[in-house]
Design a protein around this ligand. Structure first.
Ligand code: FES
Ligand code: FES
Length: 203
């Protein structure tokens, strides 16, 4: 079957999709977007987290056919998504009329560009990605894409999260390296920076 959907704000189609194929497989193997990681394939680790119509989901548990006509945001499109949201107050997907999005080619190349954590040179980063680097929340990095997508979504709907809110939002994302404290620091840092740059209420 053919699946038509939006990936990172741009219309895409995947052909010859098998009925049992997962959204994760389509993204990684057909679209060439390996940012969403494949670890457990059972919905247990969260390393494959993407947004489907704005909601964080485990892409390994979503049948590709379920994505028909829907908006998917992956870690490769997170920087542009966050930029659109900050500049236009839009949803970041283009579905609300806000222009933008990340082309498939740019998304594929973003993944290929090595990021220099000292100079920041490489792929453009969203605030949550920068916070993870600044807080030292990335070790092997395998869990990081899923954590970034989940944390970004939480900060979108809850700009001032408590530690309990952060733990709850990231409870489906397992990390085998960091012990989670640096990850908590990163999300707190992103929230603090977001509140510094957010327009004040009633202004
Ligand atoms: S690979 Fe999808 S939850 Fe682990
Ligand atoms: S940084 Fe290695 S699993 Fe999280």
């Amino acid at each position: 079957m053919r699946v038509n959907f939006t990936v990172n704000g741009r219309p895409q189609e995947a052909d010859d999709v098998w009925e049992g194929e997962s959204l994760l497989y389509v993204l990684r193997e057909r679209m060439g977007l390996p940012g969403s990681k494949n670890a457990c394939e059972q919905g247990e680790c969260g390393s494959c987290t993407v947004r489907l119509d704005g909601v964080p989901v485990c892409a390994c548990l979503v049948a590709a056919g379920q994505a028909e006509g829907r908006d998917v945001v992956t870690v490769e499109g997170l920087a542009d998504y966050a930029k659109q949201r900050a500049e236009h107050g839009g949803c970041g997907t283009g579905a609300c009329g806000t222009p933008g999005g990340t082309s498939l080619q740019d998304a594929q190349q973003w993944q290929a560009k090595p990021l220099d954590s000292q100079t920041g040179e490489g792929g453009e980063l969203s605030p949550i990605q920068q916070a993870f680097i600044d807080a030292g929340a990335v070790q092997c990095g395998f869990c990081t894409p899923g954590l970034l997508v989940a944390a970004d979504e939480m900060l979108e709907r809850n700009p001032s999260p408590s530690d309990a809110d952060i733990r709850e939002a990231l409870s489906g994302n397992l990390c085998r390296c960091t012990g989670y404290e640096k990850i908590m620091d990163a999300v707190r840092l992103a929230a603090a920076r977001q509140s510094e740059t957010a327009p004040s209420q009633g202004a």
